[in-house]
Design a protein around this ligand. Structure first.
Ligand code: SAM
Length: 286
């Protein structure tokens, strides 16, 4: 199998390199070899990546890169990829997963550059494996919105999905987030995975309301992933109705009733007349 990353002279292009999410021992041999061969490392925070490089005994030029880096910075990196090895890393884990990189990959592809990825640590995937919740079908939802309305709208969108849901969260917001999840999705089985691969790694399971209570007076320290199990059969039906109602209300905020009903019917595979009747009823209640 050709491997352009562990030869002495890798092909020029963009190398997306996953780095540890806590335990530096998780850096792969291929990641270390690729970092060593880089002409430049595009790093979310060069001070954080400097620690990894020092652990590996490497000195490699770095440049800061974010998705809000300007067009010129991105264009300069894409130009360098024609003849040089450009490595993209984030502070921890897999770049692009709630981290910068998407626009750089998009532009590199558009320019016809060689683009490859070195898979490795990702907190979302690690947390799913720890949780004991169904792993056959999941939706990665990143960070929940801060504002109550945006959060409720997001959860209304997810409520009817028969899938495990994965959220990134911080300690101080954990209990409020768990309560919001219980309100928006129903009191499902869930897990809070914390400090994965670090000294104080733990994974606590329970229903969303039990977990919200547990963390209410004692916000935990460190980095956190919340895993929420799929709805049970009865709950799924209830959630479906709630999700449709929420979607209709949201759509009617900026569309006439008929258009809102049409859009929601399409999204949920409903009969358009039924959706219209439900939309009218909701409008009357309002
Ligand atoms: N790109 C990273 C990845 O692949 O997981 C995620 C970056 S995102 C900005 C950071 C969030 O990931 C943290 O707020 C936390 O929710 C989660 N996270 C990162 N490291 C973690 C760890 N060791 N244990 C639990 N969650 C972690």
């Amino acid at each position: 199998m050709p491997d352009s990353t562990i030869t002495k002279s890798p092909l020029p292009g963009l190398y997306i390199v996953a780095t540890p999410i806590g335990n530096l021992g998780d850096v792969s041999a291929r990641a270390a070899a690729t970092l060593a061969a880089a002409d430049v490392i595009a790093a979310e925070d060069t001070r954080v990546t400097a620690k990894l490089l020092s652990h590996l005994g490497l000195r490699v030029p770095m440049t800061p890169y974010h998705d809000h880096s300007d067009e010129r910075t991105r264009a300069a990196l894409v130009a360098r990829m024609e003849g040089e090895v450009v490595v993209l890393v984030s502070d921890a884990g897999t770049p692009l997963i709630s981290d910068p990189g998407y626009k750089l990959v998009r532009d590199a592809r558009a320019a016809g550059r060689h683009v490859t990825t070195l898979p490795g640590p990702c907190a979302a995937i690690a947390a799913i494996t720890l949780s004991g919740l169904p792993s056959d079908r999941f939706l990665f939802a990143g960070f929940l919105p801060n504002k109550a309305k945006a959060r409720a709208d997001t959860l209304a969108e997810f409520a009817g999905l028969r899938a495990t849901l994965v959220f990134y969260e911080s300690g101080p917001r954990l209990s409020a987030a768990l309560s919001a999840l219980a309100d928006g999705l129903g009191d499902r089985e869930a897990a809070v995975a914390r400090e994965i691969s670090k000294l104080y790694e733990e994974c606590v399971t329970g229903t969303l309301s039990e977990l919200a209570l547990r963390y209410a007076d004692a916000p935990p320290k460190g980095e956190i992933v919340i895993i929420v199990g799929p709805p049970g059969e009865a709950m799924a039906e209830e959630a479906d109705d709630a999700a449709v109602d929420a979607a209709l209300r949201a759509a009617m905020a900026d569309k006439p009733v008929a258009q809102a009903a049409k859009a929601v019917a399409k999204r949920y595979g409903l009969d358009r007349h039924d959706a219209y009747a439900r939309a009218l009823a909701l409008k009357e209640q309002a």
